[in-house]
Design a protein around this ligand. Structure first.
Ligand SMILES: [Zn+2]
Length: 367
């Protein structure tokens, strides 16, 4: 059911699409050594040294989990030929890769950013328990709890509009608000033809406040929310990024170092489904468009913070790269984008449906 955000929001807060900057009060340093995870005496000095060694201060990462052991428990076999500091595990042609000190890992060939760097101890790689719970398990071994959401009503959100053109490519005459709307209209057509009930936050060149977009999705009782955007950056950068809401207590992917917000948001109730959806969107787009994989990233974007359903924000490509912008300017490429997103929705839907369909575990005798 629709609910408003449980804590007060200000108008300015929702006007910022980019994550807010805040001081990192109450921040602790990483505790990267799995053996000393329960040591509380001299915690500060120990973890400070360790954090300096890693040069990656982060929030307290909590318990570390042996990644290889966890994956072995799920039937993944270790690739002995993997390079030093790197782990590679495979099950039924699905590969998991992780590398020491990296704040991301690869699941099924897709990069997913995590909250804390992978750490190494005695030639074993460890992942923060929180990252296992918030990023790895929802993709590799999604659980039926909390209950998987149904999927019938989808709200599509074309970024920007009206007085806000979004990113622009002047030499090609491209406006983000125009191409995002075009992709959304194509996507709407495909999803409707596949039996979904689809609403759009805007169907023309109109300006809509960010908080009105999520409020609209909640009013329509959306089961899924997809916001379509295009990116800009250095001219040589290309590729697709899919953003999911940052889990509570973690820094967003694009926050420099340890700065930034770590708050809990209303949308965090759908953490597992957000990242499962993000995984399928990123994988499908990268494969279908043959685009650079810039990863499933985390941000507290206004349109993701307050939605009551699973959702993602897709940065479909860089308008600042001449080659990628030229592609974005063609209807064929935008149709491919829409097809890719629609296919990802289908894959997500199938996966969630299988979870729902799974018979309840038989009651077992008391041990
Ligand atoms: Zn945008």
């Amino acid at each position: 059911m629709t609910r408003t955000t449980p804590r007060s929001t200000t108008a300015t807060r929702n006007k910022n699409l980019r994550p807010r900057r805040a001081t990192g009060n109450g921040r602790a340093f990483a505790l990267p050594h799995p053996v000393i995870q329960d040591v509380t005496v001299s915690y500060r000095s120990l973890s400070l040294l360790a954090a300096l060694a890693l040069a990656t201060p982060a929030l307290s990462r909590g318990q570390n989990v042996n990644l290889g052991e966890t994956l072995a428990g799920w039937g993944y076999g270790k690739d002995a030929a993997a390079a030093a500091d790197t782990g590679r595990w495979t099950r039924s042609q699905f590969t998991v890769e992780a590398e020491k000190n990296r704040r991301h890992l690869s699941l099924g060939g897709v990069r997913l950013y995590i909250g804390y760097p992978i750490v190494e101890d005695n030639s074993r790689l460890y992942i923060a328990r929180r990252d296992l719970d918030k990023t790895v398990i929802p993709v590799l071994a999604p659980r039926a709890t909390p209950a998987p959401p149904r999927l019938k009503t989808i709200v599509l959100d074309a970024g920007h509009g009206g007085k806000d053109p979004g990113k622009q490519n002047f030499s090609l005459g491209l406006n983000e608000k125009v191409v995002a709307l075009d992709v959304v209209q194509r996507l709407r057509f495909i999803l409707e033809s596949r039996g979904y009930r689809v609403f759009v936050t805007r169907n023309r060149d109109s300006f809509i406040e960010l908080n009105d977009r999520s409020a609209f999705a909640n009013r329509q009782k959306a089961d899924l929310f997809i916001s379509v955007h295009f990116n800009a950056g250095p001219a040589n950068v290309t590729g697709v990024e899919t953003y999911c809401l940052t889990p509570a207590g973690q820094h967003s992917t694009n926050d420099a170092g340890s700065a930034g917000d770590t708050s809990e948001e209303f949308g965090n109730r759908n953490d597992p489904w957000n990242v499962l959806l993000g995984y399928y969107v990123q994988k499908t787009l990268v494969d279908k468009l043959d685009a650079d994989d810039r990863g499933v990233r985390r941000a507290r974007f206004a349109v993701l913070r307050d939605i009551a359903c699973p959702g993602v924000l897709i940065e479909c490509g860089f308008m600042s790269n001449p080659g990628e912008a030229a592609k974005i300017g063609t209807p064929i490429y935008r149709e491919k984008l829409a097809q890719g997103i629609a296919d990802a929705v289908g894959l997500y839907h199938n996966r969630v449906t299988r979870l729902v369909a799974k018979p309840a575990a038989k009651p077992t005798a008391k041990k």
